[in-house]
Write a protein that binds this ligand. Sequence first.
Ligand SMILES: NC(=O)c1ccc[n+]([C@@H]2O[C@H](COP(=O)([O-])OP(=O)(O)OC[C@H]3O[C@@H](n4cnc5c(N)ncnc54)[C@H](OP(=O)(O)O)[C@@H]3O)[C@@H](O)[C@H]2O)c1
Length: 296
Amino acid sequence: MTTFLISGGRGLIGKTLSKTLKMQGHKVYKLTRRPKRKSHIYWDPEKQSIESKHLNEIEVIINLAGANIGEKKWSEKRKLELINSRVNSIHFLRKSAANMPKLQYFISASGINCYGYNKHHEMTESDEFGDDFLSKLVKEWEKASNTFKEICPVGILRIAMVVDKKGGALNKIMKSVKFGLGSPLGNGQQYVPWVHIRDLCRMFVHCIDQKKEGIYNAANGYLSNKEFMRTISKKMKKPFFFPAVPRSILSLALGEMSTMLTESLKVSNDKIRKTGFTFKHESFDSAMADIVNNDN
Ligand SMILES: NC(=O)c1ccc[n+]([C@@H]2O[C@H](COP(=O)([O-])OP(=O)(O)OC[C@H]3O[C@@H](n4cnc5c(N)ncnc54)[C@H](OP(=O)(O)O)[C@@H]3O)[C@@H](O)[C@H]2O)c1
């Protein structure tokens, strides 16, 4: 049995990941600004405040904390919030690790949208960062995570769009498809990398078990936005409409954030496969069938 601390553990990924770990017999504490249970540990990275209970038991930290990227338009103020809620909270966690004598491993979420867009090849972990906002954010986020290298091995997962009906982007898309509004975004040709929530949790477990160091793209694959929307509509037995939602409308509604939906990104998952990891869902069709037909 291993004792875990998951920062941001009450969020979308943290909920399924902690369930997975508990089912394997591990002890999981969630680090949260809004504690509600005995297994929750209070912290407020902005105020540099953390409850000391249980910290001396922690063997592995999983870092998932950060203000939600898709929740609000990216004003300059919001951009700072997105950066600080990730970077400063990791620095505070690193300081707090002085009270974690048993710490053996640190693994952090990162984002797949870090390579820039519209390149023609599949991006690998050794490709350069892009120069858009998300690329700069990821660079700072990963730099902060790597400060843990002073005390333990560090793993980083560059996570693609999480396919889970309980929240995140897919949940919002499924709601609009339910109301008959399934249509491609922009010209629909742009590639969308995706990861099934349970494959992502299995990937965390795989890296933790082997104490994998370094950066891994966390994506089952990618497909065009048109195919993505068509598959969701088909699996939900809902209509798939044309014409597409124009880029200009998305840009007006979402501002710079619309780039996440309209720009194209292909990523390679060879690096994680070469460590022996296998995906349960090789196609988006299989992932969506699972999402629509299963409740958890
Ligand atoms: N879901 C995706 O598709 C996806 C894709 C790529 C990368 N990621 C990254 O993976 C991580 C986890 O994703 P998720 O979907 O589980 O996110 P989520 O549901 O938004 O949860 C993130 C958690 O971070 C904490 N948080 C929010 N603002 C914070 C702040 N200002 N300071 C400290 N903590 C804060 C919150 O916990 P409390 O309110 O309990 O403190 C929240 O539950 C995030 O960093 C996200 O950017 C997610």
